[in-house]
Design a protein around this ligand. Structure first.
Ligand code: DHB
Length: 300
């Protein structure tokens, strides 16, 4: 019998554990729908702010040997315009997670209030962007993280995932604070602040100087963070960071993740990567005699 790939995340059924991570092709409803049609178990929007944000000038992406460094600066059309994109994304089969960013706790709540009319299946609080001023402050403070989640829970009944920074330090404390404040899940992790130098010019490559590191280089760090968080709280984790194969997905799940975010691998390999990861995961499970994804939690 074929292993069962479906998982339940905060009461939402995903056909498989792969989730399109925020920031990659999540800019429009059509692209989000496409990722779902191509096999993503759920899809996350690019982070949405109250007003339109322009983002940073280029250069804003650097390809590294085993990773990607980017500092887009969270460009997005703002909450009012994104309502329609979520409506379009929801015409697909994959549940839609709306990623939210703002510069104040009240701002996050205001964005959610506007998006409520489109009824996304879930919200993700991007409180850990390495590329905007103060972007990681909330994720570094258990107190602020708890306050943000409490405020967000006050304006929606949809489940809320808190996206945590790998650079947060007190990961377990932040995880416990958001759990106690009503978060339904934790997305672990966001990109890690990093820097690349142009050796000829001896200057930072990125306009923003600092960018978020993702891809293979991030995976061992993400696995460690997922383990730490899963030891601290019971709420489900969307394990995100450098996953591009079924083996990587299995490692995330055996480290404590319920679902697996995929971002940079879509940049490198295209949207076909969701089916590839699911098929590879299914083969691994079949070889081990696992019937459902939950069986991986105890080890591979
Ligand atoms: C950007 C935002 C992020 O949260 C991230 O991890 C990387 C890049 C950005 O838009 O700059």
């Amino acid at each position: 019998m074929k292993p069962k790939l479906s998982v339940t995340l905060c009461g939402i059924k995903l056909d498989n554990p792969t989730v399109l991570a925020s920031g990659i092709i999540g800019n429009t409803g059509e692209l989000l729908k496409r990722a779902g049609d191509e096999g993503a178990g759920a899809v996350t929007t690019k982070s949405i702010s109250l007003e339109p944000w322009d983002g940073h000038p280029s250069p804003n992406v650097v390809e590294l040997e085993k990773g990607l460094l980017n500092a887009m600066g969270l460009p997005n059309p703002g909450a009012e315009d994104f309502v329609e994109e979520i409506n379009i994304a929801k015409q697909g089969d994959a549940p839609v997670i709306a990623s939210i960013v703002e510069s104040t706790i009240q701002g996050y709540a205001d964005v959610i209030s506007i998006l409520e009319s489109s009824e996304p299946h879930m919200y993700e609080l991007n409180a850990s962007c390495p590329n905007v001023k103060g972007g990681q402050d909330i994720s570094r403070s258990p107190e602020l993280a708890g306050k943000l989640v409490e405020k967000a829970c006050g304006v929606t009944n949809a489940p809320i995932s808190f996206k945590i920074s790998p650079d947060a330090g007190k990961l377990a404390d932040v995880a416990r604070a958001v759990d106690e404040s009503g978060a339904s899940a934790i997305t672990a992790v966001n990109t890690l602040p990093a820097k690349a130098i142009d050796s000829k010019a001896n200057l930072p490559v990125l306009y923003n100087k600092i960018g978020g590191l993702s891809g293979d280089l991030l995976r061992p760090i993400a696995l460690r963070c997922v383990s730490e968080i899963s030891d601290a709280v019971e709420i489900p984790i969307i394990g995100t960071g450098g996953v591009s194969t079924g083996q990587h997905a299995a490692e995330m799940i055996s480290s404590g993740a319920r679902a697996v975010g995929i971002g940079t691998a879509v940049w490198h390999h295209g949207v076909g990567v969701f089916k590839k990861v699911s098929n590879e995961l299914s083969s691994i499970m079949e070889k081990k005699g696992f019937e459902s994804v939950g069986d991986i939690e105890h080890g591979i």
